[in-house]
Design a protein. Structure first.
Length: 146
């Protein structure tokens, strides 16, 4: 049997896996709690105090405003766009540009989550997903180990 120069490519590299897992985590985070709002009560009475203490409203990422945008949609669009960058294998000349776009989208997710920092599951998962996606951007640009 002769030797061939055909080299089989693995289905997903480590950078691809980090990006895909990070993307999934970020998309899920948008539906979770990003903040808690207390209801507005105009009366100052004991009943109003009990109402406020028991009726906290958990706000999901899709309901958190970021100017005219909603934070949940911003992180979902950034995550899906970074995941879409996995659809093609860049040439060595384009690799730097793709890595910069991928890392920029991950940093945008980290910035949005950082602006709403708090002990809320949505924010924590968005931060975790952003870090995974950022690691995926740099791991993907490294040459594979033989």
């Amino acid at each position: 049997m002769g030797t061939s120069s055909f080299q089989r490519r693995r289905l997903f590299s480590a950078g691809d896996w980090l990006t895909l897992v990070g993307m999934g985590v970020v998309v899920v985070s948008a539906a979770l709690t990003w903040s808690v709002e207390l209801p507005e009560v105009t009366e100052q009475s004991e009943v109003a105090a009990i109402y406020v203490s028991r009726m906290k409203h958990e706000v999901a990422g899709f309901d958190v405003h970021l100017g005219r945008l909603r934070a949940g949609w911003v992180v979902v669009v950034c995550a899906v766009a970074a995941g879409a960058l996995l659809l093609w294998e860049p040439s060595p000349r384009e690799a730097g540009l793709i890595r910069a776009a991928h890392a920029g989208l991950a940093v945008a997710i980290l910035a949005v989550a950082g602006l709403h920092a708090g002990p809320y599951p949505g924010v924590v998962l968005a931060l975790l997903g952003g870090v995974l996606m950022l690691a995926g951007a740099f791991a993907r640009s490294r040459p594979p180990n033989p």
